[in-house]
Design a protein around this ligand. Structure first.
Ligand code: HEM
Length: 337
């Protein structure tokens, strides 16, 4: 596990190019400290809070793998025994007072505590695509959105020039704008967005992209309902649903076919790919306040168990170091959420 993390650190720092996978994106990573600084410059600095996904709540859950899960991966996550999971739900962005009733990102972060001290971490989002294909593109997009100190808003000409040259950065916003406001953290889909490979005991490998889909289905709010709910309803809604045993997700993987792009988080798999349910995650408790076991975790999606691996997506690898830097800054300031 440690060696794997170090490999990712090394590849991030060495900024190698990617080849042999779908879109063959070449990239040069911005320095991870400058990246976190740019998050603060663009979205604001809120001491003690995560630099992204700031408004969140800790929960705990149990994951039970399915026979289909065992068939595609040798990971102990799919043994069929109940696996304890540390869960964190959040609203996207750096603002700890972000409104719950807008068409924006919701997050589902997970840490599976597996036997033999193995850990599997994920940070999943409520869109099938991320807002940039490479760390470089994310950095440029954030720079273009940085508010001018005098006007306190971004320069529309800069925003347009960058988006015109990098249209992929608009896909995620277009997705959110096309959907209604989620009715609950427990009633929306969460995508892993990157490609992942699964290897079974027979050493057979499949690649795909995963989604956590609510067992009770997706539910949204009309514009009127969203307005009347106000900006802070998601935590209490979640507590109520979990108390009545109504917050479970199918962990589904869509299997990639030859030629599908797996190394670009702005390109979803084509519709209609075969979907397999790897197991069910049930949320069993929610923290009554802003404390809990998720507070000082950074959910690094490069921490995977044996039997699971990430595709060579530059965005995936580039997440480890900025997450660690954000964790370091918020812990030094006094962690909050
Ligand atoms: C180079 C690319 C990226 C950078 C620099 C970045 C940066 C960050 C940072 C600094 C945090 C806060 C970490 C902490 O304090 O614990 C964060 C959280 C998060 N990011 Fe990213 N991110 C990147 C890509 C992505 C992508 C592609 C996704 C899509 C799945 C994503 C989803 C999330 C989620 C769900 C959280 C909240 C996790 C939690 O609850 O702790 N990020 N990100």
């Amino acid at each position: 596990m440690q060696a794997k993390t170090l490999t990712y650190l090394a590849t991030t720092i060495l900024s190698i190019g990617v080849s042999g996978f779908g879109s063959n994106v070449a990239f040069a990573d911005p320095d991870p400290n400058s990246m976190v600084n740019q998050f603060e410059l663009t979205a604001g600095k809120f001491e003690g809070f995560r630099r992204s996904g700031a408004k969140g709540v800790c929960a705990s859950g149990e994951f039970v793998g399915s026979p289909e899960g065992r068939n595609i991966s040798s990971s102990s996550a799919f043994s069929g025994n109940a696996i304890p999971v540390i869960v964190r739900f959040s609203v996207g962005g750096a603002n700890p007072k972000a409104a719950d009733n807008t068409k924006s990102q919701r997050n589902l972060a997970l840490q599976f505590n597996l036997p033999n001290n193995e850990v599997w971490q994920m940070g999943n989002i409520s869109a099938p695509v991320f807002g940039a294909a490479t760390p470089e593109q994310l950095f440029g997009r954030l720079q273009s959105l940085q508010p001018d100190p005098t006007t306190k808003t971004a320069d529309p000409a800069k925003v347009k020039a960058f988006a015109d040259a990098n249209p992929a950065v608009l896909r995620q916003g277009q997705y959110f704008a096309s959907k209604a406001v989620p009715a609950s953290y427990a009633l929306t889909n969460y995508w892993g967005v990157h490609g992942f490979g699964f290897t079974n005991a027979r050493n057979e490998k499949v690649w795909g992209k995963w989604i956590f889909e609510p067992v009770d289905g997706v539910q949204t709010l009309s514009d009127e309902e969203a307005k009347s709910k106000g900006p802070n309803f998601l935590f209490d809604d979640l507590r109520q649903r979990v108390a009545s045993g109504k917050a479970s997700f199918n962990f589904n993987i869509e299997i990639a076919q030859a030629g599908d792009v797996l190394d670009n988080a702005t390109i979803p798999l084509p519709d209609g790919r075969k979907k397999i349910t790897l197991g069910v995650l049930k949320v069993v408790s929610v923290s009554p306040d802003s404390t809990g076991p998720c507070l000082n975790i950074t959910f690094d999606p490069n921490i995977m168990p044996k039997g699971v691996e990430g595709a060579p997506d530059p965005m995936l690898r580039a997440r480890t170091v900025p997450y660690a830097i954000s964790l370091g800054r918020r812990m030094t300031e006094g962690s909050k959420q």
